[in-house]
Design a protein. Structure first.
Length: 265
């Protein structure tokens, strides 16, 4: 696992966007580059940086296929708080990606279980995810794989914890009764099957989750810890998120990444 420590959120976002852009630009294949994407506040800076790179002509998304991590069950695509709306408002409509190249789970499907199976088959048909970008919650969950989720899980319906519902109520007029209680989410196993996984961790409220994911063992109560098993797992964080790390851990990762960062890797 690589741990990339950046000074602040803006630097973190720029590094992440540059890394993704270089992967797409250097993708030597007739097949599209397959990119897994999250919602939430963590990736917004990265999306803004990628939008700017696209605007400048540095990168094109015409040969990119995307798969999003999750969607609320019961919200149709046009709902203002659906993740369909989030992605089109904050990213897709600002870049040159073809509509048919975007994939987001359908939380309003009549048969949710069937939708989960179809989504996994779509990923498989696309050749798998080349790079999965993600964020984490304060409890270390990735996508909607809450504490206690199976580390071999695949796309499925997941009941959201009370903490997650409360945290997301800010998008629903601060009314927890308006927040959906279940979501359709890719599994930890789905994410881990990607060729690369890049997780954003920013802010002091994520510091404990980062410490659990980096310094302690693999534990389904902290699903971020599954990244320890990935051959090409990267965590990029800001300084605030490192507050719970041991000094030795912090210095170790800063030291081994020094030359890579200077070389722009």
């Amino acid at each position: 696992m690589r741990l990339i420590i950046q000074p602040d959120y803006d630097s973190l976002s720029k590094w992440t966007a540059t890394y993704i852009a270089n992967k797409i630009i250097n993708h030597n294949s007739s097949k599209p580059f397959v990119l897994g994407l999250p919602t939430g506040s963590s990736p917004l800076g990265t999306y803004n940086e990628l939008i700017e790179l696209n605007r400048q002509g540095t990168i094109s998304f015409k040969n990119v296929v995307t798969f999003n991590m999750d969607e609320y069950v019961g919200l149709n695509q046009g709902h203002t708080q659906s993740y369909h709306s989030f992605m089109w408002e904050n990213f897709f409509r600002h870049i040159d990606i073809p509509f048919d190249n975007t994939n987001i789970p359908d939380g309003s499907a009549l048969n949710i279980e069937e939708e989960c199976a179809i989504y996994e088959k779509k990923i498989e048909k696309a050749g798998g995810i080349d790079l999965f970008l993600g964020g984490i919650g304060p409890d270390g969950h990735i996508a909607f794989n809450e504490p206690g989720s199976s580390l071999s899980s695949r796309t499925r319906v997941k009941t959201l914890t009370h903490d997650t519902v409360v945290a997301n109520s800010r998008f629903f007029d601060n009314d927890i009764n308006k927040v959906p209680k279940t979501a359709l989410t890719v599994g930890v196993g789905t994410i881990m099957a990607a060729k690369e996984v890049l997780i954003i961790v920013n802010g002091l409220n994520k510091a404990r989750a980062l410490q659990k994911g980096i310094e302690e063992g693999i534990n389904h109560m902290w699903t971020i810890s599954a990244l320890q098993m990935h051959p090409k797992g990267i965590v990029v964080c800001d300084e605030l998120a490192t507050y719970e790390l041991k000094v030795g851990t912090y210095r170790y990762f800063k030291d081994i990444e020094k030359e890579n960062l200077e070389a722009g890797l």
